[in-house]
Design a protein around this ligand. Structure first.
Ligand SMILES: Cc1ncc(COP(=O)(O)O)c(C=O)c1O
Length: 387
């Protein structure tokens, strides 16, 4: 390996959301979705070069950064986009809000699924829209949509927007072409706008899975879709706050931009430099990172064999997040029990999935080994263990 994923810098005391939560406690944080790895050297150099300049006035988005995105999206996903379709933002969460607001009115409905990345549940409510929440189902060995319920929700007269998370956080599915075709048929039939959050699309771990950009499946689909992407998850630069929406349709795009205008959601100079460097030079690092994450997953699967009551229904196909059903452990508050045992998972309840925890395995293997060791100890004292 050309890059070192086995060791990484100490993160406590570095203004890290993930590590600050458990500052001064013996709890290994493996919750919020950033990895503990250092960004690719090319990204670190780009940020250092920008920092060394010493002048940090208001940023401009140069042609080169647009070109890096256009080229990346073409090379990795085969989608030909135009620079003018891109809108930069400091985070994708306002993009979810703006997509909802530019395609629906207060009181209208937004179709979303659970368990899911929390803003998919809160954004409709905060926008005074009615969320139509559907449970994802485990069927035929994989997590997928409940198609009958999805159709019924899309058919509701006030349904205007479908929130799609692909790859899916927290279930780590990469939806296949057949599933995306069914969604396409539904949104065409019921004339819905799609907010397709594809932030995890460059971390596909399953060699048998291929990410398909929803908007790339047809011009008419592109015209009704707000695609959200970023270099942030893949290259571990979320703290540099730079993401973007790709909106081919001029009308939808101008409504989207009007909603975020004046809210000062612009990215900063470091985010732009890092995004460009990541897309232009990050590919060798990305490939090794994917490989390393696969190795981490192998370790998790291996260790789970000795943890009865912790259920992983499907090996994650993407990202660095794994979703465990721990209801069989019989704890009243399993998340708290794991914290007591020294592990800081994401609480499934926050994702609309009580009885579950989410483990972020984007960390050095030794740290993961320690997390799993601690986990086993908690499992061994679970009340449900001997039932
Ligand atoms: C599906 C999804 N969308 C958006 C985000 C947040 O992105 P940002 O860092 O741009 O706010 C996350 C972060 O975990 C995510 O998993």
């Amino acid at each position: 390996m050309a890059f070192d994923f086995d060791s990484c810098p100490e993160r406590s005391g570095t203004d890290s959301t993930k590590w600050h939560k458990y500052a001064d406690k013996d709890i290994i944080p493996c919750w919020i979705a950033d990895m503990d790895f250092k960004a690719p050297p090319a990204v670190v150099e780009a940020v250092q070069a920008r920092a060394a300049h010493g002048v940090y006035g208001y940023p401009a988005q140069r042609d080169a950064v647009f070109a890096s995105i256009v080229n990346h999206v073409r090379r990795r996903h085969g989608w030909e986009i135009k620079p003018e379709w891109i809108t930069f933002m400091c985070s994708l969460v306002p993009g979810i809000h703006a997509a909802i607001r530019c395609a629906s009115k207060p009181g209208e409905s937004v179709v979303t699924t659970v368990p899911v990345y929390p803003p998919f549940m809160t954004a409709p409510v905060l926008s005074e829209r009615n969320p139509l929440k559907l449970e994802m189902v485990f069927e035929g060995g994989r997590w997928t949509f409940d198609w009958a319920k999805l159709e019924a929700a899309c058919a509701q007269p006030h349904a205007k927007v479908l929130l799609l998370c692909n790859p899916y956080n927290p279930l780590a599915r990469v939806f296949d072409r057949g599933e995306l075709d069914r969604i396409a048929a539904l949104v065409r039939k019921h004339e819905l706008t799609v907010c397709s959050d594809e932030i995890h699309c460059d971390l596909v771990l399953d060699p048998a899975a291929k990410h398909t950009v929803f908007a790339a499946m047809g011009e008419d689909l592109a015209a009704r879709t707000v695609t959200l992407m970023a270099a942030s998850k893949t290259f571990n630069i979320a703290g540099l706050t730079c993401g973007f929406a790709i909106i081919p349709d001029a009308g939808l795009r101008s409504r989207f931009r009007r909603i975020i205008q004046g809210l000062s959601l612009d990215q900063n100079v470091f985010g732009l430099a890092a995004t460009q460097a990541a897309f232009e030079h990050g590919e060798p690092w990305r490939l090794e990172c994917v490989d390393y994450l696969r190795g981490n997953l192998d370790l998790i699967e291996q260790e789970l064999k000795s943890m009865p009551g912790v259920v992983l229904r499907q090996r994650p196909q993407a990202s660095f997040l794994v979703w465990f059903d721990i209801t069989a452990l019989g704890f009243e508050d399993a998340h708290a029990e794991f914290e007591k045992g020294g592990i800081g998972f994401s609480n499934g309840a926050d994702f609309g999935g009580p009885g579950h925890v989410r483990l972020n395995f984007g960390c050095p293997r030794e740290r993961l080994r320690e997390i799993l060791r601690r986990m086993k100890k908690v499992v061994e004292r679970a009340p449900g263990r001997n039932k």
